[in-house]
Design a protein around this ligand. Structure first.
Ligand code: C2E
Ligand code: MG
Ligand code: MG
Ligand code: MG
Length: 278
Protein backbone atom coordinates (compact mmCIF):
# COMPACT_ATOMS: atom_id res chain seq x y z
CA UNK A 1 0.00 0.00 0.00
CA UNK A 2 2.86 2.36 0.74
CA UNK A 3 3.97 2.12 -2.87
CA UNK A 4 0.46 2.85 -4.16
CA UNK A 5 0.18 5.96 -2.03
CA UNK A 6 3.71 6.96 -2.98
CA UNK A 7 2.83 7.05 -6.65
CA UNK A 8 -0.14 9.24 -5.86
CA UNK A 9 1.73 12.27 -4.53
CA UNK A 10 -1.46 14.24 -3.96
CA UNK A 11 -2.86 11.88 -1.33
CA UNK A 12 0.58 11.20 0.10
CA UNK A 13 0.76 14.75 1.48
CA UNK A 14 -2.57 14.71 3.25
CA UNK A 15 -1.94 14.86 7.02
CA UNK A 16 -3.59 11.55 7.98
CA UNK A 17 -1.60 9.57 5.45
CA UNK A 18 1.60 11.30 6.52
CA UNK A 19 0.96 10.15 10.07
CA UNK A 20 0.24 6.67 8.84
CA UNK A 21 3.44 6.70 6.79
CA UNK A 22 5.46 7.80 9.82
CA UNK A 23 3.93 5.07 11.92
CA UNK A 24 4.73 2.52 9.28
CA UNK A 25 8.33 3.70 9.07
CA UNK A 26 8.61 3.43 12.82
CA UNK A 27 7.03 -0.03 12.92
CA UNK A 28 9.31 -1.15 10.11
CA UNK A 29 12.37 0.03 12.05
CA UNK A 30 11.13 -1.71 15.20
CA UNK A 31 10.52 -4.95 13.29
CA UNK A 32 14.02 -4.89 11.82
CA UNK A 33 15.45 -4.33 15.28
CA UNK A 34 13.24 -7.14 16.62
CA UNK A 35 14.78 -9.57 14.14
CA UNK A 36 18.37 -8.70 15.14
CA UNK A 37 17.43 -8.61 18.85
CA UNK A 38 15.77 -12.00 18.65
CA UNK A 39 12.36 -10.77 19.81
CA UNK A 40 10.32 -13.12 17.62
CA UNK A 41 9.01 -16.41 18.97
CA UNK A 42 7.12 -19.33 17.53
CA UNK A 43 4.13 -20.90 19.19
CA UNK A 44 3.03 -24.37 18.17
CA UNK A 45 -0.60 -25.43 17.84
CA UNK A 46 -1.27 -29.18 17.88
CA UNK A 47 -3.07 -31.02 15.09
CA UNK A 48 -4.83 -34.31 15.69
CA UNK A 49 -6.04 -37.25 13.65
CA UNK A 50 -9.85 -37.03 13.77
CA UNK A 51 -10.42 -40.77 13.90
CA UNK A 52 -7.73 -41.91 16.33
CA UNK A 53 -7.27 -38.70 18.32
CA UNK A 54 -3.52 -39.06 17.92
CA UNK A 55 -1.21 -36.06 17.74
CA UNK A 56 -0.06 -35.87 14.12
CA UNK A 57 1.58 -32.50 13.89
CA UNK A 58 1.65 -28.86 14.78
CA UNK A 59 1.49 -25.49 13.09
CA UNK A 60 4.20 -22.95 13.86
CA UNK A 61 2.66 -19.52 14.47
CA UNK A 62 4.74 -16.40 14.71
CA UNK A 63 4.53 -13.86 17.54
CA UNK A 64 6.57 -10.79 18.36
CA UNK A 65 7.65 -10.38 21.95
CA UNK A 66 7.88 -6.60 21.87
CA UNK A 67 9.60 -4.95 24.86
CA UNK A 68 7.02 -2.12 24.68
CA UNK A 69 3.82 -3.94 23.70
CA UNK A 70 4.21 -7.48 24.97
CA UNK A 71 3.13 -10.40 22.78
CA UNK A 72 2.05 -9.04 19.39
CA UNK A 73 -0.02 -11.33 17.08
CA UNK A 74 1.07 -11.82 13.45
CA UNK A 75 -1.88 -9.94 11.92
CA UNK A 76 -0.46 -6.75 13.43
CA UNK A 77 2.95 -6.92 11.73
CA UNK A 78 3.00 -9.50 8.91
CA UNK A 79 1.16 -7.28 6.38
CA UNK A 80 3.80 -4.56 6.79
CA UNK A 81 6.65 -7.09 6.75
CA UNK A 82 5.19 -8.37 3.47
CA UNK A 83 5.15 -4.89 1.98
CA UNK A 84 8.66 -3.97 3.01
CA UNK A 85 10.14 -7.36 2.17
CA UNK A 86 11.25 -8.01 5.74
CA UNK A 87 9.07 -11.12 5.57
CA UNK A 88 11.80 -12.81 3.51
CA UNK A 89 14.51 -12.85 6.23
CA UNK A 90 11.79 -13.21 8.86
CA UNK A 91 10.31 -16.16 6.98
CA UNK A 92 13.76 -17.75 6.84
CA UNK A 93 14.02 -17.31 10.60
CA UNK A 94 10.61 -18.97 11.06
CA UNK A 95 11.57 -21.95 8.89
CA UNK A 96 14.97 -22.31 10.53
CA UNK A 97 13.50 -22.11 14.04
CA UNK A 98 10.57 -24.46 13.38
CA UNK A 99 12.78 -27.06 11.66
CA UNK A 100 15.44 -26.91 14.39
CA UNK A 101 12.79 -27.27 17.12
CA UNK A 102 11.14 -30.14 15.35
CA UNK A 103 14.44 -31.92 14.84
CA UNK A 104 15.13 -31.68 18.60
CA UNK A 105 11.70 -33.19 19.34
CA UNK A 106 12.32 -35.92 16.80
CA UNK A 107 15.73 -36.73 18.31
CA UNK A 108 14.25 -37.12 21.77
CA UNK A 109 12.06 -39.93 20.44
CA UNK A 110 8.81 -38.01 20.30
CA UNK A 111 5.89 -39.15 18.16
CA UNK A 112 5.56 -39.06 14.39
CA UNK A 113 4.72 -35.45 13.74
CA UNK A 114 4.90 -33.02 10.87
CA UNK A 115 5.52 -29.33 11.47
CA UNK A 116 3.53 -26.90 9.33
CA UNK A 117 5.04 -23.51 8.49
CA UNK A 118 3.14 -20.63 6.86
CA UNK A 119 4.70 -19.08 3.78
CA UNK A 120 3.97 -15.57 2.57
CA UNK A 121 3.42 -14.41 -1.01
CA UNK A 122 6.74 -12.60 -0.96
CA UNK A 123 8.56 -15.81 -0.13
CA UNK A 124 6.94 -17.62 -3.03
CA UNK A 125 8.22 -14.85 -5.29
CA UNK A 126 11.83 -15.69 -4.41
CA UNK A 127 13.30 -17.64 -7.31
CA UNK A 128 15.61 -19.48 -4.91
CA UNK A 129 12.89 -20.46 -2.42
CA UNK A 130 13.45 -24.21 -2.87
CA UNK A 131 17.22 -23.77 -2.42
CA UNK A 132 16.67 -21.79 0.77
CA UNK A 133 14.33 -24.42 2.16
CA UNK A 134 16.76 -27.19 1.15
CA UNK A 135 19.59 -25.38 2.95
CA UNK A 136 17.50 -25.10 6.11
CA UNK A 137 16.51 -28.77 6.01
CA UNK A 138 20.16 -29.59 5.50
CA UNK A 139 21.57 -27.49 8.31
CA UNK A 140 18.90 -28.53 10.82
CA UNK A 141 18.95 -32.20 9.77
CA UNK A 142 15.14 -32.36 9.69
CA UNK A 143 13.94 -35.00 7.20
CA UNK A 144 11.97 -33.22 4.46
CA UNK A 145 8.88 -35.37 4.98
CA UNK A 146 8.53 -33.85 8.48
CA UNK A 147 7.94 -30.40 7.03
CA UNK A 148 4.72 -29.05 5.57
CA UNK A 149 4.44 -25.62 3.97
CA UNK A 150 1.11 -23.77 4.08
CA UNK A 151 0.29 -21.52 1.14
CA UNK A 152 -2.90 -19.75 0.14
CA UNK A 153 -4.85 -20.04 -3.10
CA UNK A 154 -4.45 -16.34 -3.87
CA UNK A 155 -0.66 -16.58 -3.54
CA UNK A 156 -0.55 -19.41 -6.03
CA UNK A 157 -2.89 -17.76 -8.51
CA UNK A 158 -0.89 -14.53 -8.44
CA UNK A 159 2.30 -16.29 -9.40
CA UNK A 160 0.71 -18.29 -12.22
CA UNK A 161 3.00 -20.67 -14.05
CA UNK A 162 6.01 -19.66 -12.00
CA UNK A 163 4.16 -20.93 -8.94
CA UNK A 164 3.87 -24.40 -10.49
CA UNK A 165 7.62 -24.51 -11.08
CA UNK A 166 8.40 -23.36 -7.55
CA UNK A 167 5.94 -25.77 -5.96
CA UNK A 168 7.35 -28.64 -8.04
CA UNK A 169 10.86 -27.69 -6.88
CA UNK A 170 9.66 -27.67 -3.26
CA UNK A 171 7.86 -30.99 -3.70
CA UNK A 172 11.03 -32.48 -5.17
CA UNK A 173 12.69 -31.93 -1.78
CA UNK A 174 10.19 -34.39 -0.32
CA UNK A 175 8.14 -32.03 1.83
CA UNK A 176 4.36 -31.57 1.96
CA UNK A 177 2.27 -28.70 0.64
CA UNK A 178 -1.01 -27.54 2.13
CA UNK A 179 -3.53 -24.95 0.96
CA UNK A 180 -4.37 -22.74 3.94
CA UNK A 181 -7.72 -20.96 4.40
CA UNK A 182 -9.13 -23.07 1.57
CA UNK A 183 -12.30 -21.67 0.03
CA UNK A 184 -11.66 -18.02 0.86
CA UNK A 185 -9.13 -17.08 -1.81
CA UNK A 186 -9.48 -15.68 -5.26
CA UNK A 187 -8.84 -18.78 -7.32
CA UNK A 188 -10.08 -21.35 -9.75
CA UNK A 189 -10.47 -24.99 -8.78
CA UNK A 190 -8.49 -25.94 -11.88
CA UNK A 191 -5.23 -25.39 -10.01
CA UNK A 192 -6.02 -28.34 -7.75
CA UNK A 193 -5.22 -30.80 -10.50
CA UNK A 194 -2.24 -28.88 -11.85
CA UNK A 195 -0.43 -28.22 -8.58
CA UNK A 196 1.42 -30.80 -6.49
CA UNK A 197 -0.68 -30.33 -3.37
CA UNK A 198 -1.02 -32.77 -0.46
CA UNK A 199 -3.63 -31.17 1.76
CA UNK A 200 -6.51 -28.71 1.92
CA UNK A 201 -7.11 -26.77 5.12
CA UNK A 202 -10.74 -25.77 5.55
CA UNK A 203 -10.89 -22.14 6.58
CA UNK A 204 -12.03 -21.33 10.10
CA UNK A 205 -14.82 -19.22 8.60
CA UNK A 206 -16.61 -22.36 7.38
CA UNK A 207 -16.16 -24.16 10.70
CA UNK A 208 -17.18 -21.40 13.09
CA UNK A 209 -20.97 -21.58 12.63
CA UNK A 210 -21.33 -25.36 12.47
CA UNK A 211 -23.91 -26.68 13.38
CA UNK A 212 -26.08 -23.55 13.10
CA UNK A 213 -25.37 -22.51 9.55
CA UNK A 214 -26.58 -25.09 7.01
CA UNK A 215 -24.64 -23.46 4.19
CA UNK A 216 -21.34 -23.61 6.05
CA UNK A 217 -22.00 -27.25 6.85
CA UNK A 218 -22.64 -27.99 3.18
CA UNK A 219 -19.48 -26.13 2.15
CA UNK A 220 -17.32 -27.92 4.73
CA UNK A 221 -18.78 -31.30 3.75
CA UNK A 222 -18.23 -30.55 0.07
CA UNK A 223 -14.60 -29.51 0.60
CA UNK A 224 -13.99 -32.73 2.55
CA UNK A 225 -15.63 -34.89 -0.12
CA UNK A 226 -13.76 -33.14 -2.90
CA UNK A 227 -10.41 -33.45 -1.12
CA UNK A 228 -10.98 -37.15 -0.51
CA UNK A 229 -12.01 -37.73 -4.12
CA UNK A 230 -8.84 -36.01 -5.29
CA UNK A 231 -6.78 -38.14 -2.89
CA UNK A 232 -5.80 -35.15 -0.82
CA UNK A 233 -5.64 -34.94 2.94
CA UNK A 234 -8.05 -32.50 4.57
CA UNK A 235 -7.58 -30.61 7.81
CA UNK A 236 -10.05 -28.33 9.58
CA UNK A 237 -8.85 -25.23 11.42
CA UNK A 238 -10.60 -23.28 14.15
CA UNK A 239 -12.40 -26.27 15.69
CA UNK A 240 -13.82 -24.96 18.94
CA UNK A 241 -16.68 -27.29 19.88
CA UNK A 242 -17.38 -31.01 20.16
CA UNK A 243 -20.27 -30.64 17.72
CA UNK A 244 -17.95 -29.19 15.07
CA UNK A 245 -15.41 -31.93 15.67
CA UNK A 246 -18.09 -34.65 15.43
CA UNK A 247 -19.58 -33.24 12.27
CA UNK A 248 -16.23 -32.86 10.52
CA UNK A 249 -15.11 -36.33 11.57
CA UNK A 250 -18.37 -37.87 10.38
CA UNK A 251 -17.85 -36.21 6.99
CA UNK A 252 -14.41 -37.79 6.77
CA UNK A 253 -12.12 -34.87 7.64
CA UNK A 254 -8.70 -36.40 8.36
CA UNK A 255 -7.32 -33.87 10.81
CA UNK A 256 -8.51 -31.18 13.22
CA UNK A 257 -6.85 -28.15 14.75
CA UNK A 258 -8.45 -25.60 17.06
CA UNK A 259 -8.94 -24.30 20.57
CA UNK A 260 -11.09 -27.33 21.48
CA UNK A 261 -8.03 -29.53 21.05
CA UNK A 262 -5.25 -27.15 21.93
CA UNK A 263 -4.19 -23.52 21.80
CA UNK A 264 -0.89 -22.40 20.29
CA UNK A 265 1.78 -23.08 22.93
CA UNK A 266 5.42 -22.15 23.46
CA UNK A 267 7.87 -24.95 22.64
CA UNK A 268 8.33 -25.58 26.39
CA UNK A 269 4.58 -25.78 27.01
CA UNK A 270 4.09 -28.00 23.97
CA UNK A 271 6.67 -30.45 25.30
CA UNK A 272 5.21 -30.31 28.81
CA UNK A 273 1.54 -30.70 27.83
CA UNK A 274 1.61 -32.80 24.69
CA UNK A 275 4.84 -34.66 24.26
CA UNK A 276 5.94 -35.80 27.68
CA UNK A 277 4.58 -39.22 28.57
CA UNK A 278 5.57 -40.09 32.14
P1 C2E B 1 -3.50 -19.23 9.81
O1 C2E B 1 -2.28 -19.82 9.20
O2 C2E B 1 -4.80 -19.54 9.17
O3 C2E B 1 -3.43 -19.71 11.32
C1 C2E B 1 -4.55 -20.02 12.10
C2 C2E B 1 -4.89 -18.89 13.03
O4 C2E B 1 -6.08 -19.23 13.72
C3 C2E B 1 -3.84 -18.63 14.11
O5 C2E B 1 -3.88 -17.26 14.41
C4 C2E B 1 -4.39 -19.44 15.28
O6 C2E B 1 -3.92 -19.00 16.53
C5 C2E B 1 -5.86 -19.21 15.11
N1 C2E B 1 -6.67 -20.28 15.70
C6 C2E B 1 -6.34 -21.57 15.86
N2 C2E B 1 -7.36 -22.28 16.39
C7 C2E B 1 -8.37 -21.41 16.58
C8 C2E B 1 -9.71 -21.53 17.09
O7 C2E B 1 -10.16 -22.60 17.50
N3 C2E B 1 -10.46 -20.41 17.11
C9 C2E B 1 -9.99 -19.20 16.68
N4 C2E B 1 -10.81 -18.14 16.74
N5 C2E B 1 -8.74 -19.05 16.18
C10 C2E B 1 -7.94 -20.14 16.13
P2 C2E B 1 -2.57 -16.39 14.55
O8 C2E B 1 -1.50 -17.18 15.23
O9 C2E B 1 -2.94 -15.07 15.10
O10 C2E B 1 -2.10 -16.23 13.04
C11 C2E B 1 -2.87 -15.49 12.14
C12 C2E B 1 -2.33 -15.62 10.74
O11 C2E B 1 -1.03 -15.04 10.63
C13 C2E B 1 -2.13 -17.06 10.29
O12 C2E B 1 -3.36 -17.62 9.89
C14 C2E B 1 -1.15 -16.89 9.17
O13 C2E B 1 -1.82 -16.52 7.98
C15 C2E B 1 -0.32 -15.74 9.64
N6 C2E B 1 0.95 -16.26 10.18
C16 C2E B 1 1.20 -16.76 11.41
N7 C2E B 1 2.50 -17.14 11.53
C17 C2E B 1 3.07 -16.87 10.32
C18 C2E B 1 4.40 -17.03 9.78
O14 C2E B 1 5.33 -17.54 10.43
N8 C2E B 1 4.60 -16.61 8.49
C19 C2E B 1 3.60 -16.08 7.73
N9 C2E B 1 3.88 -15.69 6.48
N10 C2E B 1 2.36 -15.92 8.20
C20 C2E B 1 2.09 -16.31 9.48
MG1 MG C 1 -1.72 -21.55 8.53
MG1 MG D 1 -5.44 -21.18 8.18
MG1 MG E 1 -6.50 -18.32 8.61
Amino acid sequence: QAKEHGRNTYSFYTPTLTIAANERLELDARLRRALTNDEFVLHYQPQFDSMTGMLIGCEALLRWHSPEDGLVPPDRFIPLAEETGLIVPLGDWVLQTACAQHKRWLDSGLPDMVVAVNLSARQLQQHDLAERVAAILDNTGLPADRLKLELTESMIMLEGDRAIERLLALKALGLKLSIDDFGTGYSSLAYLKRFPIDELKIDRGFVRDIPHDRNDMEIAATIIAMARNLNLRVMAEGVETHQQMEFLTRQGCHGCQGYLLGHPLTAEEFLEQLLRRD
